[in-house]
Design a protein around this ligand. Structure first.
Ligand code: FMN
Length: 314
């Protein structure tokens, strides 16, 4: 692909599409399918025990000879273990979420791992560039999962102007129009989460995929704002419980307790009523389950069509 050359060359991939690291969702099968499709597949370390992460990374290696990555959630109690497992497996790329990635850069960069932190603000983007990050992923609050304050539309050009390293846009991108828009804002790649949940290779419970396929434009809700760690998911009985607690002034501890284990309940048990069905606003546009490689090709083809159509406008 002609688009996003700095990103494809940096990561050794064919298309400038990175699959979002997604706790409980982004396992070896999905990561390998995305990498085999020419994008960058990512295994989410989240709070996985180190032995399990090691197994997942070895499984990706067995399923693909293409580059892949690991996503390390810096606020997780297992983050230090995840860094060591990534080092032992000589993982080609590491993305990081929720915090300052100093330790990851220090430990993994000398081993040749490309480190690409997720940043919600220009200040963090500038800091990680100074620390040696190879690129940044700027994630807007349209995204599924833990979110910041700024939208992709606003955060992307701000971060593009703030740093010289390549910027990958995330949040609210699920088709070629979204990818073309991200490039128009100065991004050189995109990270996609929600649409890949609905890939054939993603092993979440069928109910989870159906909840995304059935989502409409107002199906998205944000839970846990008072805790300082807001999460975007699909509106359901759990999000109503959060609303009631927040309106009645419940304590941060009680609100946090309500969220505990709820992503697992949705992903593994298929409890889409009382589980946390993390997904972005763009869920409303996801209408089919397809192989990851088809998703990647379709999005890139559409993006090139959109951009060449705009390019030919007089
Ligand atoms: C179910 C789910 C779990 C997620 N977990 C993580 C995570 O563990 N670490 C992380 O950095 N981002 C996480 N994210 C964010 C994604 O990596 C990605 O940036 C986001 O989904 C992009 O926005 P989109 O959903 O609109 O495509 C998660 C997203 C979802 C939907």
């Amino acid at each position: 692909m002609r688009l996003g050359k700095r990103v494809t060359e940096l990561l050794g991939i064919d298309y400038p599409i990175v699959q979002g690291g997604m706790a409980w969702v982004a396992e070896a099968e999905l990561a390998a399918a995305v990498s085999n499709g020419g994008g960058l597949g990512i295994v989410a370390a989240a709070s996985m025990p180190p032995e399990l992460l090691d197994k997942e990374l070895k499984k990706v290696r067995a399923l693909t000879d293409r580059p892949f990555g690991v996503n390390i959630m810096l606020m997780s109690p297992t983050a230090s273990d995840a860094i060591e497992v990534a080092a032992a497996n000589r993982v080609p790329v590491a993305t990081t979420g929720a915090g300052s990635p100093g330790k990851v850069l220090e430990r993994l960069k000398p081993l040749g791992t490309k480190v690409v932190p997720v940043v919600p603000t220009t200040a963090l983007a500038r800091r990680v560039e100074r620390q040696g990050a190879d690129a940044v992923i700027v994630e807007g609050c349209e995204a599924g999962g833990h979110i910041g304050e700024l939208t992709t539309m606003v955060a992307t050009p701000l971060v593009v102007d703030a740093v010289d390293i390549p910027v990958i846009a995330a949040g609210g991108i699920a088709d070629g129009r979204g990818m073309a828009a991200a490039f128009a804002l100065g991004a050189e790649g995109v990270q996609i989460g929600t649409r890949f949940v609905c890939s054939s290779e993603c092993r979440v419970h069928e109910n989870y995929k159906l909840a995304i396929l059935n989502a409409k434009d107002r199906s998205s809700a944000v839970t846990g704002r008072p805790t300082g760690h807001p999460v975007r998911c699909i509106r359901n009985k759990l999000t109503s419980q959060f609303d009631h607690m927040e309106i009645s002034g419940a304590s941060v501890e009680d609100i946090e307790a309500l969220g505990a284990g709820k992503l697992r309940a949705a992903v593994v048990d298929g409890d889409v009523d009382f589980g946390s069905v993390m997904a972005g606003q763009i869920a409303a546009m996801v209408s089919r389950i397809q192989p990851a490689s088809e998703i990647i090709e379709e999005i890139c083809r559409e993006a090139e069509e959109v951009l060449s159509r705009l390019g030919s406008l007089k």
